[in-house]
Design a protein. Sequence first.
Length: 119
Amino acid sequence: QVQLVQSGGGLVQAGGSLRLSCAASGRTLSSHAMGWYRRAPGKDREFLAQINWSDSRTYYADSVKGRFTISRDSAKNTVYLQMNSLKPEDTAVYYCAAALSPNHAYNYWGQGTQVTVSS
């Protein structure tokens, strides 16, 4: 079992930055994949970014490429999402997720954190 606890988020003006954190416990991450998703009101859940724990390879959705950066701290078992140049359309509840490997579905989820970008 993997427990994920998120922190960060909040209210920011358009053009600003925020960093989200997601600390994993219950199992040392090794071959896992860690990802970030978001859900905006009235919209489906959207994949944002993934990092493979074993080799730090990253993947991004086109909507956030160049603005968001996913990273990890192995010593802290923590994954981050640095969000720059935020836009009002980035307003959503953000979730981190963990999968047993890049070939597995995400089946562990954080509690979600609200990000609101004002214009």
